[in-house]
Structure formats: C-alpha cells, structure tokens
Write a protein that binds this ligand. Sequence first.
Ligand SMILES: [Fe+2]
Length: 304
Amino acid sequence: MPLSPIFPESRRIAIFSDIHGNRQALGAILKDMQARGIKDIACNGDLITSSAHSAEVVKKIRELGIPSTRGNHERYLFELSDPADEKWQLDNWAATRHEYKVLDTRDKSWLYDLPESLCLQEEKIPLFMTHGAPGDDRARLTSQTSEQSWQSIFASFPQNTTLIGSHLHRFWRYEGMHGQFVRTPSAGLPLDGDTSAAYCVLERQTNGWTVELCRVAYDLDKELADFKKSDFYQEGGVFTHLLWLELKTARWWVMPFFAHLATVFADSQEGRKGYSHEEMRFAWQSFDRNLYPDYDPDKSDVLV
Ligand SMILES: [Fe+2]
C-alpha cells in the first residue's frame, strides 16, 4: 500500500469516524481533543447521512484540514450521481439523495477525492486507517473474523502494523500474531447503547500503539430536535425515522428493519435494489421493535 504518512513523527493522534452529519457531536469531540492538547486529528469516513447537518459537518472537517478516508456513505453519494439511476426512486436512498442535493460543489468534489485508505505513520510504528477493510468499505471485522482472514488483511501491511477500521459503530480491539486492529466507535451515531459521542486516542509507545476510548457528553436533545425539524427527516420517510431512532437510542434500527423487509417481501427479493415509499410504510406497520433489542455484531451474524 504505497502511501505517504500523514503524521510521520506524531506520538499522539485522535481518530474519529462515523460522525454522520451530527453537528453537536462534532463540536463536542473537537473541543475535547483541544482540551487534551491533541493537535493531530484524523477522520475515518462516513461524514454524511444519518443526522441533519451533513453539509456543515463536511465543510468544517475540510476547512480544518482534517485528513479523512472515504466511508461507504460517501461512496453511495457518488453512486447516486446519475439521476437516471433507479436508486433515485427508491425510498431507502432518500437520505443519500437529500445529501446529494444539499452539499455544495466544492465539498462534494472534496468528498469525491477522499482516499479509501490513509497511512498515518510508517517508519516509527506503522499506523494505517481504512473505513471497513482494505478494498471493502463495508467489511465487518468482528470477533468472528477468522485467523485466515486476519492473515490476508495484514499481508498487505508492514510488520507490526496497527490498522484502524470503523463502520460498525462500536469500539473493539483485536491483537493477533499479524498485527493489531482497532475498530473505532462512532462519533455521531453510536450503536453500543451509550448515546455519548466517542473517539479514540492512539499513543505511540516503544513497541506499538496503545488506544484509549474517549466518550464525550453532548447536546443530543438539540441534535434530535434539529433532526426532526429538518428537510432531511421530512424527505426521508421511514428510513430517516429509523436513523432518528438510532441517534436517540444508540441501538440498531436500520438493519433489523431491513431484515424485516426481506421477510415481508420474500417473494420478490431477486435483483431487488431497494424498496418504494409504499413498501417501506407497509413493512413498518408489522415491524416488531423488540426483535433485536441488543443486536451485537461481535456476537451474531444474523443480520449480515
Ligand atoms: Fe457509518
């Protein structure tokens, strides 16, 4: 992976991911990092979608010069660049469609140019970052990932690498014979039952990087109220309501609902790219909200 290190000498780096348009959470974590005297900050993708302030959040991260990778939600944005695409008609893409409309040209082109991976440090102790896994921004690296998979993931990195991943909105750390993997929590949409904002601080020691999980209280009620009043919420139908519930509860709602949709429309799944507004509303009527109250991707693959 031939990349130039972003912070070649740094001993302490704050890394956040999955801010998902949450303005209040972004303000709170940046303030917390400043209070700790941390100057080197990186973002591991998914800047947009899921709350009401994506345009503002992207602008702020870009203007602060925070190096960032591209998450799957940024990729979705560019997959939607063709209005003739069938996805423009499907309700589960309503949130991404909204983001496509509200982001200005400069921020969209900055997002478009974000790399899939970044090298934060190489010569001292290697530190790399990618949203999911190399080559797959939706990879689910969990306690169920096999040793063989870890081996092939770390094969493309130098010896003793710490690899930062994100995507599942839950903090987790793996240390094996091939290297260390740190899965960051979500800064703006935690799904681990704790609604506070979250990020990680990596510190370089003699033999490797240690990691500290930082939680920061922020004005969630304000973010929820803004979200409900926003065009993003109004235009997104059932899908944005599910995102609002996730923000409010720090629990999984979107994935259980999509598992439910697949059951409801089991006879018409082949080749399906999504669901119409009417189909989403129809399935919502029969959705059992207690079906997966404590869904944990590290313990179950039921919804993969
Ligand atoms: Fe995310």
